[in-house]
Design a protein around this ligand. Structure first.
Ligand SMILES: [Zn+2]
Length: 117
């Protein structure tokens, strides 16, 4: 992969990373427990807290994928499948710049046939 292409991808990753960090910061998980809420209120709060947790879990996972991709750029390993070390399809990388696996291995992963590190 050309250096300028990698630079483009790095910028894309950093921009995406910034967005995620802002989103994660924005999701305030602290609940004010100073007053005793009525049970309905509490249930609603717990529900939205769970939803928020699920959302930030996804985002945290994506954030670490982005961080890993950035590290691979630093190590000159960017664009290589983390399982079979083959080059990942350029179109795939354009769509998902933080992709860790080539299509074949991604398929294995989705079928549960690949052990993730
Ligand atoms: Zn692979």
């Amino acid at each position: 992969m050309s250096k300028s292409k990698v630079k483009d991808i790095k910028e894309k990753l950093l921009a995406e990373r910034e967005l995620l960090v802002q989103k994660l910061k924005g999701s305030d998980l602290s609940v004010d427990d100073s007053e005793t809420p009525d049970p309905v209120d509490l249930a609603v709060r717990n529900y939205s807290k769970n939803v928020q947790l699920a959302v930030s879990e996804n985002e945290s996972r994506q954030l670490s994928s982005i961080d890993e991709a950035l590290m691979r750029i630093e190590d000159d390993e960017y664009g290589l499948c983390q399982n079979c070390s083959k080059e990942i399809n350029q179109k795939r990388l354009a769509a998902i710049p933080w992709a860790r696996y080539c299509l074949d291995c991604q398929e294995l992963l989705e079928k549960g046939l690949l052990d993730e590190e």
